[in-house]
Design a binder for this molecule. Structure first.
Ligand code: FE
Ligand code: FE
Ligand code: ZN
Length: 277
């Protein structure tokens, strides 16, 4: 069965997200752990979590994906900003323990001037300071489009971060189809070649989740503008090959397309119909 969902608002809690997911035909979902621009997280309500866990269990909702605020920059030249990123993520990971066995995704960061090498070391340092052997959440580095000085635009950069992390079993990769396309990986004409490259550099066993987005821009544009499925430059045929690829079809897919719930519902229905499994 296709494991698919979309990004949902977390403002009403876990049970509400579970119900919303079911109402649009999803069996997983993504959410922000707190306001995407940062700020304080809402208290965890254990009653809400328990209701959610029951609902999820009954309806096979699993492998949900929490997304860190995208303003965090673990690669910042400013020590205070790096510390803030680490503290926020450590707090998010504590909260994730209420719903064990899921994923937490973050944007590696932007080096803004001091260079990729330094930035990569900062990101690895942060991960080494917050990951614990006991945690039940896998932390994922997202593949980036390479806008500005974003780190994670190439498989090699992600590999370098992973190499420097001690608790390797606690980390993995979230591949964003819009981002890798914008980053210059031709998943339309050479999906097999891109996946072979991913495997040789990072290892496909480290690929845990897919952000399924079309892109408004051409290959290698380094822009990061998501389009609705089938309405961008990746296109429905290539996206159909992605969800059915033998190396990918078992992974959870999360839509981050410019849609309201009804649009997500239509995309989920369309992708389910194109899933051979
Ligand atoms: Fe993201
Ligand atoms: Fe994404
Ligand atoms: Zn994006």
């Amino acid at each position: 069965m296709l494991k698919i969902g979309c990004h949902l608002s977390s403002s009403k809690g876990y049970e509400a997200m579970g119900k919303t997911a079911l109402s649009i035909g999803a069996n997983t979902f993504q959410f922000f752990t707190r306001n995407p621009r940062g700020g304080k997280a809402k208290e965890i309500n254990p009653l809400d979590v328990n209701k959610y866990l029951q609902l999820a269990d009954n309806n096979h909702i699993n492998r949900i994906l929490a997304h860190a605020p995208y303003t965090l920059n673990a690669a910042s030249a400013d020590e205070n900003l790096r510390e803030f990123a680490g503290n926020t993520m450590a707090d998010d990971l504590l909260r994730m323990e209420y719903t064990p066995g899921n994923y937490y995704n973050f944007h590696p960061g932007s080096h803004v001037g001091q260079g990729v090498e330094v930035g990569i070391q900062y990101i690895a340092d942060m991960l080494n300071s917050i990951l614990t052997p006991k945690q039940n959440t896998t932390v994922l580095l997202e593949t980036m489009a390479g806008k500005g000085s974003e780190i994670g635009r190439s498989f090699e950069e992600l590999r370098e971060i992973m190499d420097r992390v001690t608790l390797k079993e606690k980390i993995g990769i979230c591949l964003d189809t819009c981002h890798v396309w914008d980053g210059g990986y031709d998943i339309v004409n050479d999906l097999d070649g891109v996946l072979q490259k991913f495997d040789s550099i990072i290892g496909l066993s480290n690929l845990k989740t897919i952000h399924l987005n079309d892109s408004m821009n051409p290959l290698g544009a380094h822009k990061d503008r998501h389009a609705k499925i089938g309405e961008g430059m990746i296109g429905l045929e290539a996206i159909t090959r992605i969800i059915n690829h033998p190396e990918l079809k078992h992974l959870p897919f999360y839509l981050e397309t410019p849609n309201e719930l009804d649009g997500y519902e239509r995309e989920i229905e369309m992708l389910k119909a194109r899933y051979i499994g």
